[in-house]
Design a protein around this ligand. Structure first.
Ligand code: MF3
Ligand code: CO
Length: 250
């Protein structure tokens, strides 16, 4: 799963480099599918419950499950959530990130930072003996402590031989509650954070989820193994040697 996660995060790095004003979300999707297939893997979302794309691309008030389209062209000041998954050798990998397009305000950058931090705080709780609620609470307390809200209607999940396995990993809850974490579990932890209220609704396309109040939404996800020596993030980018501009040769 760590090998697969390395591939996945490398593909996502490529998507991030391409995501500029003027680029359509369909172009990003094409790139991602090609790159995943070139690595000998298959897109995990394509065909899942009839979903037709490799990526979910959710812009601004779109929370998750935005469908890539040639009509959706990125504009300066947008924020774009990219969710990506693959399957290789029978094992799934799933991750997401929200990126600023062009120039966005400091207020929005702070919102993105807090959202990303909430995932990091959650990951820090992924130790054997801790409880699932410790992860949920870590997300919620960090997010709400900064005046933002966590989406209730969508959750993280176990991952491995299936894209969505038990348990449900909520982004809100009480510390010290829920099942105990054990070494060998792998969790896709994925806070969805709204700048305004937590309520969301689905659009008529049957997929796209948006905030009810129109506020911005961010999404960060890693696949994380619980090990005896603590949390191990499986969806990390391992830059190859000699790549220009990347700290790979140290
Ligand atoms: N990445 C999503 C998740 O974390 C799954 C996307 S749903 C799909 O659960 F239908 F688009 F695949
Ligand atoms: Co997921």
């Amino acid at each position: 799963m760590e090998l697969n996660g390395g591939i996945l995060s490398t593909v996502l790095e490529g998507v991030k480099r391409l995501a500029k004003p003027g680029v359509s979300t369909q172009e990003l999707d094409r790139f991602a599918e090609d790159a995943i297939r070139q690595a000998g893997a298959v897109p995990a979302f394509k065909g899942y419950r009839g979903y037709q794309a490799t990526l979910c691309t959710s812009i601004n008030d779109e929370v998750v499950h935005g469908i890539p389209s040639k009509k959706r062209v990125l504009a300066d000041g947008d924020i774009l959530s990219v969710d990506i998954g693959l399957k290789k050798d029978g094992l799934f990998s799933d991750m997401a990130v929200t990126i600023p397009i062009g120039t966005v305000s400091d207020e929005i950058l702070a919102f993105l930072r807090v959202s990303a931090e909430s995932l990091e705080k959650a990951i820090e709780k992924a130790w054997p003996g801790n409880r699932l609620g410790d992860i949920s609470h870590a997300v919620q307390s960090h997010v709400e402590g900064h005046g933002f809200s966590v989406v209730r209607d969508y959750v993280g999940h176990g991952i491995g031989y299936g894209l969505h396995e038990e348990p449900v990993v909520a982004n809100f809850g009480k510390a010290g509650t829920g099942p105990r974490l054990q070494a060998g579990m792998v969790l896709a932890i994925e806070p969805m954070v709204n700048m305004g209220g937590y309520e969301v609704r689905s659009l008529k396309d049957g997929w796209t989820v948006v905030t009810v109040d129109g506020s911005l939404s961010a999404h960060f996800e890693h696949s994380v193994a619980v090990t005896e020596s603590g949390p191990r993030v499986l969806t990390h980018h391992h830059p190859g040697p000699g790549k220009k501009g990347e700290a790979a040769t140290a």
